[in-house]
Design a protein around this ligand. Sequence first.
Ligand code: FES
Length: 227
Amino acid sequence: MSEKELRIIKSSGDGESKNREAQWFYTDIVKSHFFSPKNIIKSDDEMKSFKADGIGLVGSPACGDGMKMFIKIDGKTDTVKDVKWQTYGCGTAIASTSIFSEMIKKDGGMKIDDALNIKPRDIANELGGIPARKFHCSVLADKAFREAVNDYFRKTGQKNRIVEGSAKVIDQVLKITDHDIEHAVLEGATTFEAVQKKTKVGIHDKDCISQVEELIRFYKKKYFGED
Ligand code: FES
């Protein structure tokens, strides 16, 4: 694994974080949320009694893990009153979702639109950084929450507020989509060569190469704040 792949996702670069960049490590915040996750559902009874207004279920194509999120909404104020979750994901997914659930419940609950604006990078920063290779794990919380909110919008007749991402085919020969490129970037492939190695994109369809390069730039900026 290259040193770049081990880089810690962190927007502020103090001396201490730079020294850590070439190490494999989890911050104390990650460890504390992993060993003592907040708002996690511990039993079927707890899940049944929660009476969620919206439920979101997503899986990670990068590793096959899954995340289920349950939300309660105050319809009058459009805020997230409560959130619970379950996952088969790894320690980073557990820590990320735990801290994400605290972020959206803070001060009596965030407005739905503000909570939807939380990016995986914000979650990683709250955790004090996570290894780049584990970044896709933090995306599960964000996506499961989006699905739960969409479910709430569907059930309450607010279809105009539903946002769903549909995949677009980029490589016309191998039928590789923008979502495949996104997942490759989230797994740490940040150059065209690295993305091609993972997905085989552009091997037969040379016309898509510039579009792939543009998508890599877009996803690097979106998730890592890099050009
Ligand atoms: S959620 Fe699957 S490896 Fe982290």
